[in-house]
Design a protein around this ligand. Structure first.
Ligand SMILES: [Ca+2]
Length: 185
């Protein structure tokens, strides 16, 4: 397993396809409670969930294996051209649950970086740090694409944040927000 892409079959919304280098290597039922389990090798691995052809509504469990050198292990969610809502809920400093447009949960552990590319439409990402602050070397990237987009940083319990900072990026629409709490940054 190096770099894989998970998507809904463009011709069958009830089927999930797993692709490696544009070749379908496995299929699963969509809208299933059975998780697609991905375990990374010792090398740099990435899992891309492509929501272009419909919502991947089957649990995904991805353990990157902890390769932290650049580029490291990564998880990427590619949004649709419509309005998308992604909820990122860290469960520990290096793991989190993700739900996309109300999908079954995708979870990752031991990765270096998580990215959400919203694409077109008015997209919204919420990071809820109530259970834990996520502390992975490459952080979380949110590329909003076009449209009127939104980022929510939420915390309704847990360790109090000891500091936070927002750095406005050099270009329109870019920037960085960091929150520090007992669990990390
Ligand atoms: Ca979108």
């Amino acid at each position: 397993m190096e770099n894989i892409l998970i998507r809904v079959n463009p011709h069958d919304s009830n089927e999930i396809q797993v692709l490696v280098e544009d070749t379908v290597v496995a299929t699963y039922a969509n809208n299933s409670a059975s998780a697609i389990v991905v375990v990374g090798s010792r090398n740099n691995n990435s899992v891309t969930v492509d929501e272009t052809w419909g919502v991947v509504n089957t649990p995904i469990t991805y353990d990157g294996g902890g390769e932290v050198g650049v580029p490291g292990d990564r998880m990427i969610v590619l949004g649709s051209n419509g309005d998308d809502v992604l909820n990122l809920t860290p469960t520990t400093a290096n793991s989190a649950d993700i739900s996309f447009n109300g999908s079954a949960l995708y979870s990752f552990a031991n990765i270096r970086k998580f990215s959400f590319n919203g694409g077109a439409g008015n997209d919204e990402m919420t990071v809820d740090s109530t259970a834990s602050v996520l502390n992975i070397a490459g952080g979380v990237a949110y590329d909003v694409g076009s449209g009127f987009d939104r980022l929510n940083l939420a915390q309704t319990g847990g360790a109090a944040a000891t500091s936070d900072s927002v750095a406005i990026g050099a270009t329109h629409g870019s920037g960085r927000s960091s929150i520090t709490a007992a669990g990390g940054t």
